[in-house]
Every structure is written in structure tokens, then in C-alpha cells.
Design a binder for this molecule. Structure first.
Ligand SMILES: *Cc1c(COP(=O)(O)O)cnc(C)c1O
Length: 391
């Protein structure tokens, strides 16, 4: 099997699994208890909080563990909206956010908030002038993702943070794709809230965190016990938290090497595809891009069909359709960068890890060439195109 879907989820690193195991078997105590079994768990949670805070230049009391990226995004948006509604009811975000942000914004619109969705250019970058022009006296929050999960484009987070700070507006970033992939410092970037998720950096699923800058008056998102300093009730996911800590340490340790390897593989894959498969288009910015992200549109064919045929060769990738919802709507991200519906439908996302090899990618391209040609030979759109070209 060749796994090229690391933006969907990653393999849990062996050292992560190993570190988690004792917190199922021996150290299973509830961190809130006072006997020593519980204090081992409590110690582990506190240690993890310190490690993660340090990783983004935050204070440990600014890290809140959650059940993943979606919860962190929901918390940041809903509770900021509620807490600052008396100041204003306007939020700025982008058209290319993850659904955890977009659907939360739609919910908030139903609650009487107004949301401006910034467009992006053909590479997926927001326009800072457009952002400045969108700011109003009643704007309470800007939420822009650090890096896009489909096309890999990395947004100008430091510049956005500076603009938000200058206007006294809170800034949240969904850093689920970026945390562990690129260096992040919340003070340098002027980020007030940041979402991250364990399973995107070789950690476990169902664990993440929200960074909340101290001083923000966000209320509790989950009501119940006094965990997470009264702001997120529920017995801590101790094994998950330990796993997230080890995944974070590992990501920082290997970041430089991993990035170098992935960039080389990524650019090799892009180069071979552009050279050898006609009528394709690279989606996303060429350099302001996550190290492992490759996203192409192949004209005249369906990405879904490509996926099925790649799967038969043991290759896991992803397409630009919202297949999670069972619908075949083209990706909102690809439409936002200006692709036509049929171009968006013909898209393929391959997201690499440092464990992939050139040999694997050669196998992928060799097969992809054949698959694309086979599908085009069956495509009426392609036939029309050939006819028109001849005429
Ligand atoms: C995966 C992802 C999420 C959701 O994270 P979960 O932990 O799966 O809930 C949110 N935002 C982005 C950009 C993602 O890639």
C-alpha cells in the first residue's frame, strides 16, 4: 500500500503508541483524584500542557485540551461570538476554511451574527487589502486558517495578526494542517486563539487543543466538571494527551529533516506529473505551500474515478469532492480559486509523509498516467475537445 492521504489523517507514530499504552494499563487513574494513581495521570497531563505550550511560544495555562480540531474551531468561534456580542456582531473569515469553521459561521449567522467570507486569488491566498477593507467598527473576530487542507496554501498569518492587533480585533487561526509542519509562535504571529489536532501530526485521533491567549473572556464550551480550569469539562483523555505530547515533540525533533524530504518528494511528483500528463493544472501556491501537499486537476475526467482506480493499485489519495457528506459537490476550495465545476471534479490530492519514497512516487505517476489516459478515452468531454482541436 502507498499512503498519500496524510492531510486526512496520519499514521500514529510507534513512539506515540508506546507512550500512550501505560495510561491505559497501569496509570489509568482519574487526574482529578487525590490518591497517587490519579496524580500520575495529572502529572502527565500537566507535563503535556507545558510541552505543547512551549511548542507554540505560549504559557501552559493558555492550552486547553479538546477532542480535536473541530471542537477547537467550534469553541473559538461560538464562544468568542457570545462573549463579545455586546461589542459587535461581525466576523471575518475566508471562503476556503475547513467545514468546522464554515458550518460554525453559518450557525452563527442564524444566531444574528454577520460573517464576511474573504475570497482568495488563483493560488488560494487572501488579499490583505481586502481584509483591511472588510474590517468594521463592529468586527469582533478574524478567523483565517494557517494552511489549507486541500491545496496546501499557507496564508500570511503574521501579516493578518498584525492587522488584527492594529484594529483591536481578536484573531483565531485553524492551524490543524500547520501545527507540527511549520514553526509557529503565537506572540510573533499575534495569534489570540489557535486550533490543532493530534491525528494530523502522527498523534492519536480524538485529541487536540485550543490555545486561548490569557485575558480573553471565553466561557466554557463543555459544561460539567472543573477540568481544564473550568473551561472544558470532562475527564481528561489522558492517553490521548500523552500521545499528543509525544507527537508534538517528535514533530519538532524531525521538522527540518521531514520538511526537506517532503519538499523534495513533492516537487519531484509535481514535476513528473506536469511533464508527463497533459491538460493538468497544479492547484495551490507553488512555494507558499505545505511541504507534503500535491493537488492537481486533470481536465475531462472525474477525480472519484481516478481514486477508485488508484485504490485498485493500492494507492490511497483524495479528490476534490465533498465525499464525506456523500454528495458529489465540487470542493468549495477549488471553486474559490476559480476552477470551473468540471475542473474541480477532476482533481486529485496527494499528501505525502517523510516515509514515502521516490520509488513509490514513480509507481504512482506510472499508474496515474495510464489511468488518466484510460478515463479520457472513455470521456465524451475529451472526445469533444479532440474534435474541436482538430477543427
Ligand atoms: C482535519 C482538519 C480539521 C478537523 O480536525 P479533527 O481533529 O478531525 O476534528 C479542521 N481543520 C482543518 C484545516 C483540518 O485539516
Amino acid at each position: 500500500m502507498i499512503y498519500l492521504d496524510n492531510a486526512a489523517t496520519t499514521k500514529t507514530a510507534p513512539e506515540v503508541v508506546e507512550a500512550m499504552l501505560p495510561y491505559f494499563t497501569e496509570n489509568y487513574g482519574n487526574p482529578s483524584t487525590i490518591y497517587s494513581l490519579g496524580s500520575a495521570s495529572k502529572k502527565a497531563v500537566n507535563q503535556a500542557r507545558r510541552t505543547i505550550a512551549e511548542a507554540i511560544g505560549a504559557k501552559q495555562e493558555e492550552i486547553y485540551f479538546t477532542a480535536g480540531g473541530s471542537e477547537s474551531d467550534n469553541w473559538a468561534l461560538k464562544c468568542t461570538a457570545e462573549a463579545y456580542a455586546s461589542k459587535g456582531k461581525h466576523i471575518i473569515t475566508t471562503k476556503i476554511e475547513h467545514h468546522a469553521i464554515l458550518h460554525t459561521c453559518e450557525y452563527l449567522e442564524k444566531q444574528g451574527f454577520e460573517v464576511t467570507y474573504l475570497g482568495v486569488d488563483k493560488d488560494g491566498l487572501i488579499d490583505l487589502e481586502e481584509l483591511k477593507n472588510a474590517i468594521r467598527p463592529d468586527t469582533i473576530l478574524i478567523s483565517v486558517m494557517f494552511a489549507n487542507n486541500e491545496i496546501g496554501t499557507i496564508e500570511p498569518i503574521a501579516e493578518i495578526g498584525a492587522i488584527a492587533k492594529e484594529h483591536g480585533i481578536l484573531f483565531h487561526t485553524d492551524a490543524v494542517q500547520a501545527f507540527g509542519q511549520v514553526p509557529i509562535n503565537v506572540d510573533e504571529l499575534n495569534v489570540d486563539m489557535l486550533s490543532a489536532s493530534g491525528h494530523k501530526l502522527n498523534g492519536p485521533k480524538g485529541i487536540g487543543f485550543l490555545y486561548i491567549r490569557s485575558g480573553l473572556k471565553l466561557r466554557s464550551f463543555i459544561h460539567g466538571g472543573a477540568q481544564e480550569r473550568n473551561r472544558r469539562a470532562g475527564t481528561e483523555n489522558v492517553p490521548g494527551i500523552v500521545g499528543l505530547e509525544v507527537a508534538t515533540k517528535r514533530a519538532l525533533r524531525i521538522m527540518e529533516e521531514k520538511t526537506a524530504k517532503e519538499v523534495e518528494l513533492r516537487d519531484y511528483l509535481i514535476e513528473r506529473i506536469e511533464k508527463e500528463i497533459p491538460y493538468c493544472r497544479l492547484n495551490g501556491h507553488r512555494t507558499k505551500r505545505l511541504p507534503g501537499n500535491v493537488n492537481f486537476s486533470f481536465l475531462y475526467i472525474e477525480g472519484e474515478s481516478v481514486l477508485i482506480m488508484l485504490d485498485m493499485k493500492g494507492i490511497c489519495a483524495s479528490s476534490g469532492s465533498a465525499c464525506t457528506s456523500g454528495s458529489l459537490d465540487p470542493s468549495h476550495v477549488l471553486l474559490s480559486i476559480g476552477l470551473k465545476h468540471e475542473e474541480a471534479h477532476g482533481s486529485l490530492r496527494m499528501t505525502l509523509s517523510e516515509e514515502n519514497t521516490k520509488e513509490e512516487l514513480d509507481f504512482v505517476v506510472d499508474n496515474l498516467k495510464e489511468i488518466v489516459q484510460k478515463l479520457r478515452n472513455m470521456s465524451p468531454l475529451y472526445e469533444d475537445f479532440l474534435k474541436k482541436n482538430k477543427a
